[in-house]
Write a protein that binds this ligand. Structure first.
Ligand code: IPE
Ligand code: IPE
Ligand code: MG
Length: 248
């Protein structure tokens, strides 16, 4: 009897952590309490990824559009980021998690920018899980900054415009060098991307759950994984072609 091939594991999971505000409102509490509970769910999610041997996890923590929220909420989120950085970095380094921030860093205070850079340095040796936190991030910004960097090289004579292809373009985007996300999860019930990774999600499997982010635990992530493992990823080919291929 031939053995069943092992169910494929996503190499890279990207998550829109949505629903903190509604979670707090349902409890009659301020939105900030929801964000705090959301930070605890981040830890559960990292634990789950480490337990499953996921290579990369990208979390949408603050979008380029979230600056439009009331200043009190933005301020509270910044405080939460600062405190979480101070609290978690040593533990992440100990567990061999490598932290990176993607997004428009210049939008943050110098203090926060320095702490982000320090957290990246302190975890740079991590080899078990690449953890990308998207802050002041927008998928369109990511594409525009890649285009700008190529245009600068071309204008300076360092690059022949005809040599720009998908691989070169991708190498200037924020998650260059990492496997492409293969599982996208959005909690909170909305069925939209909200300007998260646009370039990188081209062939990602999309999974939506009504569970609010602060309620996310291993069971919710197990369900997303099980759903992913039932899918057939065809990448434009036919089902017959895919079933003839050696599973990777
Ligand atoms: C996601 O939760 C966290 C951030 C966008 C910072 P929300 O704050 O968007 O929560 P809801 O969608 O209002 O419930
Ligand atoms: C997306 O959630 C951004 C993050 C989770 C950080 P939003 O709550 O900002 O998205 P919209 O406004 O519902 O599209
Ligand atoms: Mg929301």
């Amino acid at each position: 009897m031939s053995e069943q091939p092992a169910a494929p594991l996503p190499r890279h999971i990207a998550i829109v952590m949505d629903g903190n505000g509604r979670w707090a409102r349902a409890r009659g509490r301020p939105r900030t309490i929801g964000h705090r509970a959301g930070a605890r769910a981040v830890n559960r999610c990292i634990d789950w990824c480490l337990a499953h041997g996921i290579e990369a996890l990208t979390l949408f923590a603050f979008s380029s559009e979230n600056w439009r929220r009331p200043p009190e909420e933005v301020g509270a989120l910044m405080q939460l980021f600062l405190r979480a950085l101070d609290r978690e970095v040593d533990e992440l380094a100990r567990r061999s998690v490598r932290l990176r921030f993607i997004g428009q860093r210049e939008a943050f205070t110098p203090d926060l920018q320095q702490r982000m850079a320090l957290a990246e340095r302190l975890t740079a040796q991590g080899g078990r899980l690449q953890l990308n936190i998207a802050v002041s991030y927008g998928g369109r910004w990511d594409i525009v900054q890649a285009a700008r960097s190529l245009a600068e090289d071309a204008a300076a004579g360092r690059l022949e415009p005809g040599s720009i292809d998908e691989a070169l373009f991708g190498s200037r985007t924020s998650l260059a060098g990492q496997p492409e996300p293969d599982l996208f999860i959005r909690t909170g019930g909305e069925h939209r991307i909200s300007n998260f990774l646009l370039w990188q999600l081209a062939y990602c499997e999309l999974y939506f759950t009504p569970v609010l982010w602060p309620d996310v635990d291993a069971a919710v992530l197990d369900a997303a994984l099980a759903d992913f493992q039932r899918r057939e990823r065809r990448f434009g080919m036919t089902s017959e072609q895919r079933s003839r291929e050696v599973p990777t």
